[in-house]
Ligand binder design. Structure first.
Ligand code: IPE
Ligand code: IPE
Ligand code: MG
Length: 238
């Protein structure tokens, strides 16, 4: 068996819940529920593989355009998720984090998420980071605003390098994204982690998110292991 290179940080665009449900004659919401259950499975698997961070795109700044009923259901999912799986996440030493702006969500949703973060903040295993009401362009604007206000207030100089700017992004506590996976066949980024994926390896799979299991994760890591990451340099000849 090939020696796998385990990515420090995997990011996943969890797409295809709706199509998964439609194929089975179920409402789209059933797909979202199945998708939430799959988060548990993949998070436990990543933790066992000693992946350091797993960032999951759960709700984009564009997803508010969906019908109200679907948006309402998606807003309720964090309660279902943490109620069902919090104990297991804690047992596995998993730390919960989020990216995005919570203020647009109902109070209950906000509380459930901030409680999960607070209750797992001492955990030292996988950082399970949920991107909720997250959009990369919005994130970059917020970072630029904070940087500008630090300059205006004399807290820092105008000159800034890439590492310093990354410190203003929502991902400042996370390692570089090594591997980005998108499920369900779409070949686009849909406003996810634009800055952070500058040198990530990209994998697109036709599997829908509810069907993306440990075996698919292992295959993605195998493919990642075979990639030659040059970062603009030359192949390491030895
Ligand atoms: C991904 O599944 C989950 C969210 C975007 C919230 P979709 O709901 O986009 O499923 P498809 O793409 O319609 O199949
Ligand atoms: C991206 O999926 C957002 C999430 C997975 C949360 P979408 O289904 O919203 O993306 P588009 O509309 O196909 O680009
Ligand atoms: Mg979709």
């Amino acid at each position: 068996m090939m020696q796998q290179k385990i990515p420090d940080h995997i990011a996943i665009i969890m797409d295809g819940n709706g199509r998964w449900a439609k194929k089975r004659g179920l409402p789209r919401t059933a797909g979202h529920k199945q998708g939430a259950e799959n988060i548990r499975k993949i998070a436990i698997a990543c933790n066992a593989l000693q992946v350091k961070a797993l960032t999951l795109y759960a709700f984009s700044t564009e997803n508010w355009k969906r019908p109200e009923k679907e948006v309402d259901y998606l807003c309720k999912l964090p309660r279902f998720f943490f109620k069902s799986y919090m104990a297991e996440l804690k047992r596995n030493n998993i730390q919960v984090l989020y990216l995005g702006e919570l203020d647009k969500f109902p109070e209950d949703t906000r509380n459930v998420i901030t409680t999960a973060v607070a209750e797992t903040k001492e955990n030292t295993g996988l950082k399970l980071c949920l991107a909720v009401n997250y959009g990369a362009r919005r994130e970059i604007i917020l970072a630029a605003q904070r940087y500008a206000s630090d300059v205006c207030e004399g807290k820092r100089s105008l000159s800034i390098d890439e590492t310093e700017f990354a410190g203003y992004l929502m991902t400042s506590q996370l390692p570089e994204v090594d591997l980005l996976i998108r499920t369900s066949g779409e070949l686009r980024i849909s406003n996810f982690l634009l800055w952070q994926i500058a040198y990530s390896e990209l994998i697109f799979t036709d599997r829908s998110w509810p069907e993306f299991d440990e075996e698919e994760l292992r295959k993605a890591i195998d493919e990642y292991t075979l990639r030659d990451r040059r970062f603009g340099g030359l192949k390491d000849e030895n």
